[in-house]
Design a protein around this ligand. Structure first.
Ligand code: UD1
Length: 374
């Protein structure tokens, strides 16, 4: 089976890496081509992840770069179509909800090439999020929907997706977390930043809904100003967020004494900071899941989440972009309130293995041969 494994933006790499490793175990069965769209392209948003997740140089690099949504999605489609026409795979695998995910899926489905969506079925029900549109479109044109939780299966069934396309396999991003934990534990990022394990808050912020609107963005930084008076706050800053700080004339926040702003960090350092944080504040999707597995309290600065299992079973809580609520909950947690959680079903480091087993079965079924798996 010839497979194109697509990556494009930062959250894709950790979801794809375990699959790449798994395919390599069966060279006689799978030929896996790594395709990077170039949606993210910096050393800090891309290259460092390839090294730390032990991914090789991509076989195909589309080099599309940044742009408006239509422009970026369109460029990826044009370039990926050329690549696929030159060397046609049997299946493409896309992950998550970024523009690269939907763009490559659209190209493949129109050429009658099968599509597998890793992390299918998640829904925030918020159509103002570009990711929600990407998720819904990708799911509807995929042949295999590999889900991370049972609520995702339910979402897909309710939307009329046939049950035989849906495969609950667990979370490949958590495969990466489990696999790299020993390396993560050896990192010394705390001493480099001058913070102590268990005595700092980690924050990330990059969603358009939080950083593209002056009033919301300013409200969040006002809160951070108050919080950093009580405990050090580490803030690895996304390029989009840094750009908006300058655009809104908010550069004074870069100089707050206890707010430690860094460039975007690599995977191992960032995981180490997450693992040892007293509390994580974020608007990311993946971080809600990672904190749940690490047992670290997480306040999500969004009104909704496509990952409700992290709230129901994990350590996540939605506080919206509302300054009063964020401050109140932060202070309560700093005051010692515990948030108990458990690790969701199948978030056990073996999701990629399950996906590959399913594909192996499928390939044998299509060839009319006997199922090779136990
Ligand atoms: C994208 C994803 C989002 C994901 C996030 C993780 C979509 C619709 N959004 O958002 O779901 O959570 O990635 O980071 O796909 N930039 C750089 N260097 C880079 C890449 C981007 O400096 O390597 C800057 C550019 O100024 C660019 C901006 O960041 O305009 C935003 O990048 P873009 O890929 O458009 O979206 P993200 O906000 O990163």
């Amino acid at each position: 089976m010839k497979i194109d494994l697509i990556v494009g933006a930062r959250p894709n790499y950790m979801k794809a890496a375990p699959l790449y490793r798994e395919f390599r175990k069966y060279p006689d069965k799978f030929q896996c081509r790594l395709v990077h769209t170039g949606q993210h392209y910096d050393e800090r948003m891309s290259d460092i992840f390839f090294r730390e997740l032990e991914l090789p140089e991509p076989d195909v690099y589309l080099g599309v770069g940044s742009g408006r949504h239509g422009e970026q999605t369109g460029k990826i489609m044009i370039e990926y179509e050329k690549a696929i026409l030159k060397d046609r795979p049997d299946l493409i695998l896309v992950a998550g909800d970024v523009n690269s995910t939907v763009a490559c899926s659209l190209v493949a489905v129109k050429l009658h090439i099968k599509v597998g969506h890793i992390e299918g079925g998640l829904r925030s029900r918020d159509w103002t999020m570009p990711e929600e549109i990407n998720r819904i479109v990708t799911d509807n044109i995929s042949d295999y929907l590999f889900t991370t939780s049972r609520d995702a299966d339910e979402n897909l069934r309710k939307e009329g997706i046939p049950a035989e396309k849906i495969h609950f396999v667990g979370n490949t991003m958590i495969d990466s977390l489990q696999y790299y934990l020993p390396k993560v534990n050896r990192r010394t990022i705390h001493s480099q930043l001058g913070v102590k394990p268990g005595n700092y808050i980690l924050i990330t912020l990059h969603r358009p809904s939080n950083v593209d609107q002056d009033e919301v963005f300013r409200g969040l930084f006002d809160i951070l100003e108050q919080i950093q008076e009580k405990i050090p706050v580490v803030f690895p800053m996304h390029p989009r967020t840094r750009k908006m700080l300058t655009e809104f004339g908010m550069s004074r926040y870069l100089k707050l004494p206890n707010l430690i702003i860094t460039e975007p960090l690599g995977y191992h350092d960032f995981m180490k900071l997450q693992k040892d944080a007293k509390l994580v504040l974020t608007d990311s999707g993946g971080i809600q899941e990672e904190t749940t597995v690490l047992g670290v309290p997480c306040l999500t600065l969004r009104k909704n989440t496509e990952r409700p299992i992290t709230v129901q079973e994990g350590t996540n809580e939605l506080v919206g972009p509302y300054p009063d609520k964020i401050l109140k909950r932060t202070l309560t947690i700093l005051g010692g309130e515990k948030i108990d959680g458990r690790i969701p079903e199948y978030w056990d480091g073996r999701a990629a293995e399950r996906i590959v087993t399913i594909l192996m079965r499928e390939s044998h079924r299509q060839q009319g041969r006997k199922d090779p798996t136990p």
